[in-house]
Design a protein around this ligand. Structure first.
Ligand SMILES: [Zn+2]
Length: 97
């Protein structure tokens, strides 16, 4: 007997199709985070790495949701401190909860 227990209707609905590929657009960090005093470190709460990588340095981006000094949820690169917005190919925002 072979392992023929997969539901046939599941084929073609793969998890990692092109549909769920996120499109990144760089944001001005000053637009997403409240103005900082020079030299004062910003303690961002991040919510783990995401699958997307930084277009500049290929590090995995971290999800940063809205919090005290963060105006917009975004993806943060810890390698080059770039901020990115993300949306799906169909234009729907990917970072709203
Ligand atoms: Zn980077």
């Amino acid at each position: 007997m072979s392992n023929a227990r997969e539901n046939p209707s599941d084929s073609g609905r793969r998890q990692h199709g092109p549909e769920d590929h996120l499109i990144l657009s760089e944001l001005n960090p000053k637009a997403v985070v409240d103005a900082l005093d020079e030299g004062v470190p910003l303690n961002l709460i991040t919510f783990g790495n995401v699958r997307e990588v930084c277009p500049k340095c290929k590090q995995h981006l971290k999800l940063v949701l809205r919090q005290a000094r963060v105006r917009i949820a975004h993806l943060l690169c810890s390698g080059c401190d770039s901020c990115f917005d993300a949306h799906y190919a169909n234009g729907a925002p990917a970072l709203t909860i």
